[in-house]
Each structure stands twice: as C-alpha cells, then as structure tokens.
Design a protein around this ligand. Structure first.
Ligand SMILES: [Zn+2]
Length: 232
C-alpha cells in the first residue's frame, strides 16, 4: 500500500501537471476507438504495451479474458461490451490473451502424481477450493475445439500456449454472439480482433480470422493494411 501512496503523490506532484490539458479535454467526455478485453493478470499492462494514453481505450478485464456468450451470464463483461458498442461506438474490439495465464493453466490436466517437476501452481480440486472461479472457467471449454492438431499435452509449455491462443479464438466467437456486436459487424461499423501477448518477449501475435492462424502483429497489419486516404 505504501508504494501506491508514494506513486499517487508522485502522480499529483509531477505527472498530473504535465497531463492537465489532456485531462481537461477528457473531463466531461470520452471517445475511445477501441474496447480492449484482457485478463486481470498484473503483468499485462495495455497502456504500456501499446503506448496508449488516457482516453484511447475502453478497458475490460476478467480472469482468462473470458467473454461469456450472450445470455449466459449477464453482468459486467456483457454490459461493458454493450456500452462500448452502443454508446461509445468503438470501431475495434480486441480480445487479448497472454503467456503463462494462470486461468488457462487451471483447466489443463493436472500433472501426474509421479511427475518429476510438478507445477507448484497446479490448481487441483478447483471446484472445491474456488467454486466461482471453476464456474467462470467453464467458459474456456469451447477453446479445446480450436486447439491445433498435433499439440501434445506432454509438452506442457507449448500445450499451455496453444490453449491460451485457442481460448482467444473461443472468446472471439462468444463475443460475436452479443447482438450489438453482431449488428455492428454486419454494418461494417466494427472489427473484432484476437491477440496473444508474450510476457517474456513483449511480442504480440494477432489471429488471422481468414487463414485461421496467429501471425506477428506487424505481419498481420501489413496483410490487412487499409488504403490510407490522401493527406491522412
Ligand atoms: Zn491470465
């Protein structure tokens, strides 16, 4: 807590004065172009990774960057999406998963009891210990059908990464079941994107929805470049 109080004092003293004009513009309204949905993980810091500023992105964070399908669990995620699309008219929704995601690890099969290197963070008996989390992680279930063929559970790290990526695809599909999202997509007023962020390297991969594979974000952007208007 001490660290937070110190940070707040620094913010008021050194940072806020530099941002005063920016916040003045934002004080009464916001017009973010993007809704960014990601995990609650402390290591995923969207404004740092994307160098965005206050007012740029509407944020929605939940364990496992899960988006329950429409009607399954009306709540904070659904209302955030509804508000972003219907009121803020965001042009993009990004669902971003990340490496070493504990939520996805929790749905992996546990290490066998005789495993030489059991993962100390293995979440056994999840339903008994964390009943709400177990229920929430039920929404990861559709991810299994998006796992690429040939990924072996024996290679734990690769399998984990593959399931995080598959979960991004599954949550993108859930996102599209929300009527306001489906409507905006049909009117070409919205694009949805699936990303994977690697904590170790800082690299982002983007899901190419046509080719059904993840590409480095730079390559995805080059392949999906929109012609720029003159003098834009
Ligand atoms: Zn996570």
């Amino acid at each position: 807590m001490h660290r937070l109080l110190e940070g707040y004092a620094r913010f008021r003293r050194n940072v806020f004065p530099q941002w005063k004009a920016h916040f003045h513009l934002l004080a009464d309204s916001q017009q973010p172009d993007v809704l960014f949905i990601t995990c609650a993980d402390s290591r995923v810091v969207p404004d740092l990774i994307l160098q965005t500023e206050p007012g740029d992105m509407f944020l929605c964070r939940a364990v496992g960057n899960i988006v329950p399908p429409h009607g399954a669990m009306p709540g904070g995620i659904s209302s955030t999406i509804e508000y972003a699309v219907e009121v803020l008219h965001v042009r993009h929704i990004i669902v971003c998963g990340h490496s070493d995601c504990g939520a996805i690890r929790a749905v992996l099969p546990p290490d066998p009891p005789d495993s030489p290197n059991p993962d100390p963070r293995d979440h056994r008996n999840l339903a008994a210990r964390l009943p709400l989390t177990a229920q929430w992680l039920g929404y990861v279930e559709p991810a299994w059908k998006y796992l690429p063929p040939g990924v072996s559970p024996a290679d734990t790290r690769t399998f984990h990464t593959a399931l995080v990526r598959a979960n991004v695809i599954a949550q993108l599909e859930n996102l599209k079941t929300h009527p306001e999202v489906a409507r905006a997509l049909a009117h070409n007023a919205l694009q949805v994107h699936g990303w994977y962020y690697d904590i170790l390297t800082g690299a982002i991969d983007a899901y190419d929805q046509q080719d059904r594979r993840f590409l480095p974000l730079e390559d995805w952007a080059a392949a999906n470049a929109q012609p720029q208007a003159p003098n834009a």
